[in-house]
Structure formats: C-alpha cells, structure tokens
Design a protein around this ligand. Structure first.
Ligand code: SF4
Length: 227
C-alpha cells in the first residue's frame, strides 16, 4: 500500500486540529523529566520531577547528594532505585563534556550532532533523545511512544516487528520534514481517542481506506462469509 502521509495528517487534523510547535521546557529539564517518565504516568513523573527540584534546587546538588536521597525524592515516579543513579550519571556526563549542567547549547548544534551527543549519555536511548530534540528544540524528529508506534504499524507505515526503538528512524525517513511534528501529535491523539489498544474504534476512523489493519480485517471477514 502506498502511504500518503500528508493525507493521513490532513484527515486526522479534521478531527483534532493542527498542532503548532512551541518550546516546552529547556532541554536538560526535558531530558531529566524523560528519565523520570519511564514506566509511569505523566502525573507521577511530573510530581517526581517537582519533588526532585524542590529537594535539590541545583543540578550540582543532585549529583553531590547520596543516591539514596535522590531516590527518596523521586519515589513517587516509580523505579526510583534505577532512575536516581541514571539521573546522576547523565548529569555527570553532561558536566564532564561541557563543564556545565546545561544543554541549551544543543539549540545551536546540527540535529544529527545533537542526537549523537544525547545518545552517548548513559542510559539515554532513541525515545528520550527524540523527545528532547522535538519538544525542546523543535527539530524534525519523531518521538515514538506507544500510541505513535501502534497507529503506525496498524496503518502499515512500519512493520510491527520493528519495535518502538527502531521505529524512530523508519518513520523519520517516511514523513516529510514540515509534517513531522503535526504527524507525531496527530497520531498520539488518534491513538488515545480512536485507534486504541487493544480494540480500535474503526467505525469512527477516517483512515479505514488507508489502513492495513482494517483492510486485513475486512478481507478476513469476506473469507469467513464465503465459507
Ligand atoms: S482504521 Fe482502525 S486500526 Fe486503522 S487507524 Fe483507524 S482506528 Fe486504527
């Protein structure tokens, strides 16, 4: 099936509106929040981030503190004993690279160079890298969360077997740069509202004629009806 990305985005925007990029937070805050957001809800991760900053007002204080105290501060975000040492290791690596707890310089750095730097940080993978590049820096990079991944493979844009981690590159190769942010936001909204896991509400979807998952389901029903 040919994949008319502009058509997919246009149809979804009739449901959800057109997303406009605005900077969310500065890149270091975004990165630390991304670590905290792993395997928990947005509400829990935002609370953990707020408590971390209240307890340790500077990044230097986070690095200097005993790891158990950092873990205590972020306990509400889950997996605190794993996330606390990761946060300290990331901050140390940033300081060693730049002699500052700061990532604003990435704003002046070409996207691929910025991506390489972020991926070189301990425990930082494609998802957090893409989140910083997209949300903080406005780069044409697609953070692939569970909704983006699910809607993408159901539509047939990528094979499901690719997995979320490798989907970033595959989708970025497919989506025209000016549409990257709008595509990302539209798919998240669609995944939350209509193309849900485990049961998509295809009867409410404007993409049935473009969707592999739907078309295969229809083909299966036709075979069942003919036997
Ligand atoms: S037709 Fe169904 S499976 Fe396909 S994108 Fe729409 S809701 Fe998802």
């Amino acid at each position: 099936m040919n994949h008319p990305i502009p058509e997919i985005v246009a149809r979804l925007e009739t449901l959800y509106g057109v997303a406009e990029w605005k900077p969310r937070t500065e890149p270091l805050e975004e990165l630390i929040h991304c670590i905290l957001s792993q395997h928990t809800s947005d509400a829990n991760s935002f609370r953990a981030y707020r408590l971390l900053r209240e307890r340790f007002p500077t990044w230097e204080a986070v690095v200097s503190a005993p790891t158990e105290q950092v873990a205590d501060a972020i306990r509400s975000g889950g997996l605190a004993n794993q996330k606390a040492p990761r946060i300290q290791a990331v901050l140390k690596a940033i300081y060693e690279a730049r002699r500052a707890y700061d990532l604003n310089w990435l704003g002046e750095t070409p996207t691929e160079e910025a991506r390489r730097f972020l991926l070189s940080l301990p425990g930082i993978g494609p998802k957090c890298t893409a989140i910083v590049l997209c949300f903080s820096l406005g780069r044409p990079v697609i953070p692939v969360d569970t909704h983006v991944f699910r809607v993408s493979w159901r539509l047939g844009l990528i094979p499901r077997s690719l997995g979320e981690a490798k989907a970033h590159d595959a989708l970025e190769a497919l989506v025209p740069e000016p549409l990257v942010y709008r595509f990302h936001v539209a798919l998240i909204q669609h995944g939350r509202a209509v193309c849900k896991a485990p049961n998509p509400r295809c009867a409410q979807c404007p993409l049935t004629d473009l969707c592999n998952y739907y078309q295969q389901g229809q083909a299966g029903k036709a075979v069942e009806a003919s036997v």
